[in-house]
Design a protein around this ligand. Structure first.
Ligand code: TRP
Ligand code: ZN
Length: 850
């Protein structure tokens, strides 16, 4: 094991930068193994600084020369950067460094992907490009000159001039170094333009590799929709002459909001009906919006330090969720967002990696781009909006932009804007940022003399390093339904601030049925005993679409948990309730499709664990299979007609309405495959003219162990299309039977197309294994072993991805002693690897000890 334990950085230690930067000029002489970067940086002592020490970050740089005010100096090269003696007054620092993009496999800093140069600087990648105060509270305008043999040479801001082998760019908006970007390569652009609300014309360019032009139309439209939406809803106008997006094949995350030059994972921007599913289209639209929205929430107003990360990410996720809700179905988007929150963030918040939305410390910031920072952060914004109301939210946002434009701000600044603009005291609400863990809200009720009384008790379980929890300020939305299903009390927002509170509703004729936590008004776990009848009643009558779906989900969960623990399962009540719902033509097909989906295996494991039952992954798997089989048989007579109504063979358009029909049609067909042995699925596969149907059919065939022919066809048909081949890899693992998942995984890692250094391909296989719990947790322990083997192999090449993927082990304490021991042994084996990255050390250390 590496000797020096990585040291944490503390929020409490924040000090302002010693020097500020007024101007940056960079010249790049591009070369795959020997790129030279010449920097001219105008520094000025920061009047607010406590220290005069001149320190610049720098990693993996070869310093060729350095000067201050034109005089050569020999700086002190120290761990992680350099130090030098500098004047008391403003001065110019110049340096020339050499870097090697081609051998940069970590995909941070300047690197090469498929022959093109590109950058990823968030969070701390700029220090691998040149010496600089690489911290977000140092903001400066950048001028960039690129010299290289590639036909297209791009950087942030507006184009100034260009010629054969060079180009110059000027970004007038002061920005932190993490928003720097450079791209060079043989690229082609889809071009368009957007006229802003004040009549300014903005050039739009979406750059791709030759051959991918046919996959750019949807992304461009999503960009224009995003620009318009941000003007209409937030009053935010774009602020440069040009906005560019570049698609890159090797990329650690989804996309990056570099000022005026967003860089995207190809998977997050390229789309065509033949190669992308409805889910892909939806995700791409959301990510394009997300990165575009960062121009105001992230770039114009950035973060003072990385402890404030949720300031930009939580808010920007909230904004992209609002956008998707406006573009598509609000109800369906909300349900999907909450499902993702429960699947990823609740898992995190209830395990060893639980952390605050505003952490107090971190070892490696790359490990904090988490569901908690992003998705829980977004929920906090939503709760604030619910508490203050829509109009007050708009006013607060106007004040936020007015007060903090051009600044590197804090979460405290954000909350204060809401206090100042509404006059409300949000002291208790701030706890949401500082207290980790998912609150539980237990509900009890009382009915007497026309008065219905709800008693709500909240508590938050301990999380690593935080044993004591205080009550949160919870907006708790409630409605009441009468016995005939009519709403007797429309949605009200109850404000919970104490550990226990009662609320009385008077003057009711009959005992009502409560619809609790409507719209999922707070990221909490509701604890309430209920009957199958009551769940079915809400599924049939609730006017809140989220809770209507939630009633079906909780009913399904009750059934599955009872099946697993060997209790009496209300299977018939469930089958009847969903049959009624599925046949209700008045309901949006997308909504009906969601109700068809059963709670996932991981969700059930957590639920059992919370109930004091050690989850058995094989039992969970079998219970779901049994219930799905029962659903298929129960719906048998209705399936053909319902499928025909979904008209899935209509000419393809990637809109929400059609996508909903395809989702329901495919869901029903997957059930039918349990009865017809795959005949319908094979027929659909053969005539599919779009990826949604093709992949849906393939999935059904794989589930039925009838997928060999379709798999072979799929590979021949899409050979050479990396994004589609990612699906080919992923499908085989995610749909593998528990006994076969590991052997299929191993076989795929031997495949000639398993380019494991490419994050999308690595994730296709190992992300899919994570999502196949019965396979990953196979009693043999081989799932754990193969996963650990590959983490060890990936870590030196791409520590960021290795560390992220190590969360496969984060639930190890949930399971039986044998599985715990096997997982623990694998975690320890990876931790004992010589030279293990700081990223993986931190993650696995927290997983093991948290
Ligand atoms: N800021 C990016 C976003 O959420 C996230 C991101 C992209 C990122 N690439 C990264 C974060 C690499 C860390 C490292 O839009
Ligand atoms: Zn973001």
């Amino acid at each position: 094991m590496t000797d020096a334990r990585p040291q944490p950085i503390y929020l409490a230690d924040y000090t302002p930068p010693a020097f500020l930067v007024d101007e940056v000029a960079l010249t790049f002489h591009l070369n795959p193994t020997a790129t030279r970067v010449v920097s001219h940086i105008r520094f000025r002592p920061n009047p607010d600084a406590k220290s005069r020490e001149f320190f610049l970050h720098g990693e993996q740089l070869t310093l060729l020369r350095a000067r201050i005010d034109g005089v050569d100096i020999t700086p002190d090269l120290v761990d992680g950067g350099l130090k030098a003696d500098v004047p008391e007054a403003p001065f110019t620092f110049e340096a020339e460094v050499e870097i090697s993009p081609e051998t940069n496999t970590a995909l941070e800093g300047l690197y090469m992907s498929g022959g093109m140069y590109c950058t990823q600087c968030e969070a701390e990648g700029f220090r691998r490009i040149t010496y600089y105060p690489d911290r977000p509270d140092v903001m400066a305008p950048f001028k960039v000159r690129i010299e290289g043999s590639d036909p297209v040479l791009l950087s942030n801001g507006n184009p100034i001039a260009s010629g054969d082998g060079w180009a110059e760019w000027d970004d007038p908006w002061p920005k932190p170094a993490y928003l720097f970007a450079l791209v060079a390569g043989d690229l082609v652009a889809r071009e368009d333009s957007f006229t802003t609300m004040t009549g300014k014309e903005v050039d739009l360019k979406l750059w791709v590799r030759p051959g991918d032009e046919g996959k750019t139309a949807f992304g461009m439209q999503a960009l224009k929709d995003s620009m318009k939406w941000d003007e209409d809803v937030y009053g935010r106008e774009y602020d440069l002459d040009i906005f560019q997006i570049v698609a890159v094949s090797d990329f650690n995350m989804g996309a990056m909001e570099n000022k005026g030059l967003n860089i995207f994972n190809t998977s997050a921007v390229l789309a065509s009906p033949e190669t992308s599913t409805d889910a892909n289209f939806e995700r791409i639209e959301a990510i394009i919006a997300h990165e575009y929205f960062h121009n105001w929430t992230g770039n114009r107003i950035t973060c003072r330090d990385w402890f404030q990360l949720s300031l930009k990410e939580g808010l920007t996720v909230f904004r992209d969720q609002q956008f998707s809700g406006d573009m598509r179905s609000k109800a369906v988007c909300r349900i999907n967002d909450v499902s993702a929150l429960r699947g990823r963030q609740f898992r995190e918040d209830n395990g060893p990696l639980a952390h605050q939305v505003q952490p107090d410390s971190f070892v490696e910031i790359n490990n904090f781009y988490t569901a908690t920072i992003y998705e829980k952060g977004a929920e906090l914004i939503g709760m604030l909006k619910t508490l203050v109301g829509d109009a007050a939210y708009d006013a607060a946002l106007d004040l936020y932009f007015q007060r903090h434009d051009g600044q590197a701000a804090t979460i405290e600044d954000w909350v204060r804007v809401f206090e100042d603009s509404t006059g409300r005291d949000l002291t208790q609400f701030r706890r949401w940022y500082k207290q980790a863990g998912t609150p539980r809200v237990a509900v009890s009720e009382d009915w007497a003399d026309g008065t219905y009384r709800l008693t709500l008790r909240q508590s938050t379980p301990p999380t690593p390093g935080q044993d004591e929890k205080l009550p949160q300020h919870i907006p708790f939305a409630v409605g009441l339904l009468g016995p005939n299903g009519d709403e007797v009390l429309p949605t009200q927002i109850l404000e919970l601030t104490e550990a226990e509170q009662s609320f009385a509703f008077e003057g009711l004729a009959d005992k009502p049925t409560p619809s609790l936590l409507r719209h999922f008004s707070a990221p909490v776990i509701l604890e309430r005993e209920s009957t199958a009848e009551e769940r079915a009643f809400l599924l049939a009558h609730d006017t809140d679409p989220f809770n209507k779906w939630e009633a079906g989900r909780t009913l399904a969960k009750d059934v599955l948990v009872a099946m697993i623990t060997g209790e009496d399962a209300p299977i018939d009540a469930y089958l009847e309730a969903i049959t009624v719902m599925l046949r209700d033509d008045a309901l949006d097909p997308a909504f009906r499709a969601l109700t068809l989906g059963l709670p996932g295996q991981d969700d059930l494991a957590q639920t059992l664990f919370d109930a004091g039952v050690t989850p058995d992954p094989q039992k969970i798997y079998r219970a779901r299979q049994t219930l799905l089989q029962a659903m298929a048989e129960h719906l048998q007579d209705h399936l053909p007609r319902m499928m025909a109504e979904m008209d899935v063979t209509a000419p393809f358009a990637p809109n929400a309405e059609q996508a909903g029909k395809r989702a329901l049609g495919l869901g029903l067909m997957t059930l039918l495959t349990r009865l017809d042995g795959g005949t319908a699925a094979q027929a659909l596969y053969d005539r599919a003219d779009n990826m949604t149907l093709r992949l849906g059919a393939l999935g059904a065939l794989l589930q039925a162990q009838k997928g060999d022919a379709a798999l072979a066809d799929f590979r021949t048909r899409f050979d050479g299309d990396a994004l589609v081949m990612d699906k080919w890899f992923a499908m085989q693992v995610s749909h593998a039977a528990p006994d076969q998942a590991v052997s299929i995984t191993k076989a795929l890692t031997e495949d000639k197309d398993f380019n494991w250094k490419n994050p999308n391909r690595f994730r296709a296989v190992f992300g899919a294994l994570m999502m196949n719990p019965a396979g990953f947790h196979h009693a043999s322990g081989e799932g754990y072993a193969v996963f650990a083997d590959w983490l060890i192999k990936l870590d030196p090449v791409n520590p960021q991805i290795a560390a992220r993927m190590s969360s496969a082990f984060e639930t190890w304490r949930r399971y039986d002693a044998d599985r715990q021991n096997m997982m623990k042994a694998q975690i320890e084996r990876v931790l004992a690897t010589d030279g293990l990255s700081r990223d993986s050390q931190e993650m696995l250390g927290r997983i093991l000890n948290g």
